[in-house]
Design a protein around this ligand. Structure first.
Ligand code: UDP
Length: 364
């Protein structure tokens, strides 16, 4: 019986791994011979960045938690690699499946490949071309040692082909994060209490920021926040603050009657807010995908994106990190003058089933 080890470590991983686990559980229930272990690397460990997602997305308790959170990029990578190597030597899986582009993705794929265990990468092949982002390095290294490439877009397929990956290892399957979005949409929940009680649908903005280029420098963060407040015309701005951003934002002491700095929200609450927002201002990759599929105007405060399909076919616009750029885009949203979601191929809620089918054909 094949054993697959699935890895999740940080917030955006949990939405990507949940539907894969459900697809595997379904196969197990149908009597298909397959076994899996879920390993949490411990990269994110706060309740609102990890535990809550297990509950809301119905992810079973991990079989192992490597406790690899904290420290610098290298310290975290090393701690996860060492602990994951031990996990692999104890359990000998046939395959390690990693998702996305976080430190855990990189660390676990290296540990696996060095023990000559096959690696599957879900969300393979996407590239921003910006090596100042740790995520881009994680993507490149992981894809250089991956055996099965599961991709979200034709652009990713082309990137992999250009890098010389053989055609039979590239599987264009769609987006598991959208599997979760579509499965959970009926369960989205309006958050209770202030400031949410006062929100009028399509009359507020949602902000998320956590990329170093936006949040590590206090002055740029201040300018960005000022541009956001100026451009949103006094409408409520709901900003669930990522732990990475919290310290600098607190130090700035920015406040405005319409600015609501809150703790990170649960998935069901956050996406309820996104679904009914007038617009989203973000530097998150996953949020641009979700906003696109829900046809909500989205502004990305970055100079590059690895998800160009959200711009060509979705509702996302790449505005750059210069706060001066923001005003005209916000004005367009306020006027209701924004492009509509065109549909993105294979982002249909069935990606995880396709992945599990391909893996079972290969290993069972
Ligand atoms: N998200 C959430 N609560 C929040 C903010 C984001 O559940 O307060 C979800 C969001 O819906 C998406 C994921 O977190 O599914 C994105 O994670 P993040 O922005 O940390 O990572 P990125 O996509 O930038 O890698």
């Amino acid at each position: 019986m094949p054993l697959f080890t699935l890895v999740a470590g940080a917030r955006p991983n949990f939405m990507k791994i949940a539907p894969l686990i459900h697809a595997l559980q379904k196969k197990e229930a149908e009597g298909v011979s397959v076994h899996f272990r879920l390993v949490h690397t411990g990269q994110h460990y706060d309740k609102n960045m990890s535990g809550d997602f297990f509950e809301q997305l119905n992810i079973p308790a991990p079989n192992a938690n490597l406790g690899g959170g904290g420290g610098t990029q290298a310290e975290q990578t090393a701690a996860i690699m060492v602990a994951f190597e031990r996990e692999l030597m104890d359990h000998h899986p046939d395959l390690v499946l990693v998702v996305g582009d976080v430190t855990s993705t990189l660390a676990c794929s290296i540990s696996a490949k060095k023990l000559q265990i096959d690696v599957a990468h879900v969300e393979a092949g996407i590239r921003s071309g910006d090596l100042s982002m740790p995520e881009e390095i994680n993507r490149m290294v992981t894809d250089s040692i991956t055996d099965h490439f599961f991709t979200t877009s034709e652009i990713a397929n082309t990137n992999l082909r250009t890098a010389g990956v053989p055609e039979d290892r590239i599987h264009f399957v769609g987006n598991t994060m959208i599997d979760t979005l579509l499965a959970q949409q009926p369960r989205f929940t309006k958050p209770q209490g202030a400031p949410f009680d006062q929100l009028i649908p399509k009359e507020y903005f949602v902000v998320t920021l956590h990329r170093p280029a936006n949040v590590d420098n206090e002055e740029s963060l201040r300018e960005l926040m000022e541009a956001i407040l100026k451009g949103t015309a006094g409408l409520p701005v709901i900003f669930p603050v990522h732990p990475r951003t919290a310290k600098n934002l607190e130090r700035l002491g920015i406040s405005a009657p319409n600015l609501h700095l809150i703790s990170p929200l649960g998935y069901l609450e956050f996406n309820h807010l996104v679904q009914h927002a007038k617009g989203i201002i973000t530097d998150s990759g996953g949020v641009t995908e979700e906003a696109s599929v829900m046809n909500v105007p989205c502004i990305t405060l970055r100079d590059s994106t690895e998800r160009a399909e959200t711009i060509h076919l979705g509702t996302n616009e790449l505005v750059g990190t210069d706060p001066k750029n923001l005003g005209p885009y916000l004005a367009k949203i306020l006027k209701g003058n924004w492009k509509q979601y065109q549909g993105i191929p294979l982002w249909d809620g069935k990606t995880s089933e396709r992945i599990v089918e391909i893996l079972l054909n290969h290993y069972a």
